[in-house]
Design a protein around this ligand. Structure first.
Ligand code: ADP
Ligand code: MG
Length: 354
């Protein structure tokens, strides 16, 4: 608990800065601006999907994620088993985004007395299912009670050879901007679940109508991490120049790469891969389909750049789409619509502090 030692009167409320005014990334920048690294082994600290630590002939990758009930998940429609699975997968995704191999995790939970032991058994069933699926060892954690709700924090350790690691910072003008899989479905899954929740609140006898949207709901509740892409790169002999996983939405992640690499970009709207049913569902909700990809988030696909000279190697790989290219920073960061309009990219991704 923080207690003021100087006993001076608290500053006027108007002089204090609200969290919402600086946002999640502004807060991280502010809190970490004074950080100094004491060890030469810390090859990369704050600012990528995982920290990179020199361990002799290989590097250790280290990342952590916190999931908070009511902020990151809603237990009215999230089965605990799925939640456990997802909590692990989102961490594995950060290791995949560094082009590494996930190895070990620790899991810490804080639980209020409202949860019976059986509920936590279910959570762990999901956690272990992900550990088995991705060959990750659960090696520790911490357990606490909480005043309200459930919190899950997973820390992951991964591994890579030093020259295998891909950062957010290596993109250069002319590089091709690529993405795995399809985008926007996890967000539409969330909207479907939220809609069913509202219907259920009005009429609790109502059965949820989720069957038609199995893919979207599945993408939201039980995402997978693209650990397979590392092997694809290996087999076609490509090393991406930069990479990030799509947790907050395509727009926000592209801007992270542009900032990390000090470059601009051109993204072509019609090239963004969106599944057909997701496209239809978006129209039903009166949402422009590309917005589900740009601002939705939680797809856990990988966004990466490759040298233009790798075009022949990458162009026909199933499940990888070339969606644009990197430009000089002075050229700005734009999405180009099918009718040729230039729309500036802005980060409208999910932000827990808005
Ligand atoms: P991701 O979305 O890939 O999980 P984040 O956007 O959460 O990454 O974090 C961006 C960077 O800031 C990461 O390097 C992360 O480790 C770091 N970071 C986030 N929160 C904190 C914090 N409270 N203190 C120090 N570093 C942080
Ligand atoms: Mg990430």
């Amino acid at each position: 608990m923080y207690e003021r030692k100087d006993k001076k009167p608290l500053q006027e409320k108007s002089q204090l800065t609200s969290l919402s005014s600086i946002g999640e990334f502004g807060l991280i920048d502010r809190l970490t601006s004074q950080v100094k690294y004491h060890h030469p082994e810390t090859l990369k600290g704050i600012g990528d999907d995982a920290a990179v630590i020199d361990a002799g002939n290989k590097v250790i990758l280290l990342s952590t994620d916190l999931l908070v009930e009511g902020i990151h998940f809603d237990l009215t429609y999230t089965p605990l088993k799925h939640l456990g699975y997802k909590a692990v997968v989102v961490n594995i995704s950060d290791i995949a985004a560094m082009n590494g191999i996930p190895k070990q995790i620790t899991v810490s939970i804080a639980v209020s007395s409202r949860f019976p032991v059986e509920a936590l058994d279910e959570l762990y069933e999901g956690i272990l299912m992900a550990c088995n699926r991705y060959k990750v060892d659960l090696v520790g954690g911490d357990t606490s009670s909480s005043v309200k709700g459930l919190l899950i924090s997973v820390t992951i350790v991964g591994e890579a050879l030093p020259d295998e690691v891909v950062y957010r910072s290596g993109a250069a003008p002319g590089d091709l901007l690529c993405v795995t899989g399809d985008l926007g479905s996890a967000y539409m899954g969330l909207l479907v679940l939220e809609r069913e929740k509202t219907v259920f609140k009005v009429n609790p006898d109502m059965q949820p109508e989720l069957n038609d949207y199995e893919y979207q709901v599945g993408r939201q509740l039980k995402p997978e991490a693209r650990t397979d892409i590392r092997n694809v790169f290996g087999s076609i002999g490509i090393k991406p120049t930069s990479m990030i996983d799509i947790s907050d939405g395509l727009s926000s992640e592209i801007l992270h790469i542009c900032k990390g690499s000090a470059v601009g970009c051109k993204l072509f709207e019609e090239k963004i891969p969106i599944e057909e049913q997701t496209r239809k569902l978006a129209m039903e909700y009166k949402i422009i389909p590309s917005v589900t990809a740009l601002s939705g988030g939680e797809d856990y696909e990988l966004l990466f750049t490759v040298k233009q000279s790798d075009y022949e190697k990458i162009k026909d790989i199933e499940g990888i789409s070339i969606i644009g290219h990197i430009t000089h920073s002075g050229e700005g960061k734009f999405m180009i619509t099918p009718d040729g309009k230039y729309v500036p990219l802005i980060a409208q991704g999910w932000d827990g502090m808005k």
